[in-house]
Design a protein around this ligand. Structure first.
Ligand code: ADP
Ligand code: ADP
Length: 238
């Protein structure tokens, strides 16, 4: 996936500046980690890319398509190619792992159809394959609420993969997880990035994690870019 933000600003309706003059190009296969203090604009940036909200000015291109004002089919297509994982996992806690993972497929069907839970054999095979990749196939029938935090996040990753995305956006996916679990989740994401060439944009507040996993580090402060380097150019004193 390829993402180009040009002169993007986001001013919330109460006047708060979320993002200011953002110019960024993320290329296919990059593992970008966005670092910055709470309130620096990291979530605002991801929500803009996924069109969970509109931006105030500027344009956003994804895989060459201008999605800034996309609606209808075009927005639907965008939502499929850009998958998201969340800090709080956003799983249906009382549903099985299998059902949560399958829900990633819903965007492939008209709403009326998915409401009846009509999934194909191929969808089911894909769910099994994706659960294998995050090493959770044995949890297939377990309810999401009975999993550990790290396991829930890996179900979130398997669900994201059901969209066959070219981009995965991750908003602080490992905050709240212990170091060992963090490593499992980050390694799963790293593998998808390296093996499938999925572009990953991931928010963190720990620079240590970024140094360990990112191919590129972007720093935000007060809605502006204050740092942008590929990992090989990062100076430990930065
Ligand atoms: P981060 O993800 O880095 O913590 P955010 O993108 O959430 O930062 O926030 C950036 C700025 O925008 C902060 O000043 C925050 O208070 C503000 N903000 C975020 N969401 C909203 C909102 N829905 N309405 C008004 N201001 C918001
Ligand atoms: P549904 O609720 O749609 O009837 P199920 O939850 O019973 O579906 O199972 C979906 C499909 O996945 C079935 O074909 C089932 O055999 C298969 N399946 C279930 N558990 C596993 C597993 N642990 N490994 C591989 N395939 C499984």
């Amino acid at each position: 996936g390829n993402i180009i933000l040009s002169d993007v600003s986001k001013i919330y309706s109460n006047g708060t500046v979320g993002l200011e003059d953002i110019n960024l190009t993320f290329n296919h296969g990059e593992f970008v980690m966005i670092v910055g203090l709470s309130g620096s604009g990291k979530s605002t940036l991801l929500r803009a890319i996924n069109r969970l909200h509109d931006v105030s000015t500027g344009t956003i291109l994804i895989n060459g398509e201008d999605i800034t004002n996309a609606s209808g089919n075009k927005l639907h297509k965008l939502r499929r190619s850009v998958a998201m994982i969340f800090q709080n996992y956003n799983l249906v806690k009382t549903s099985s792992v299998y059902r949560n993972v399958m829900s990633g497929r819903v965007g492939y069907y008209p709403a009326w159809k998915s409401a009846f839970g009509i999934f194909t054999k191929e969808d089911k095979a894909m769910a099994v394959a994706n659960l294998k990749r995050v090493n959770l196939l044995d949890k297939y029938y377990v309810k999401a609420k009975d999993l550990s935090g790290g396991q829930q996040q890996r179900v979130g990753i398997a669900r994201a993969m059901m969209q066959e995305p070219s981009v995965i956006l991750a908003d602080e996916p490992v905050s709240g997880l212990d170091p060992k679990t963090t490593k499992l989740v980050m390694n799963d994401l790293k593998r998808l990035n390296e093996e499938d060439g999925i572009t990953i944009v991931l928010n963190v507040h720990s620079i240590g994690l970024a140094l360990k996993y990112a191919s590129r580090i972007v720093g935000l402060k007060n809605g502006r870019i204050v740092y942008d380097k590929f990992i090989e150019d990062v100076d430990k004193r930065d």
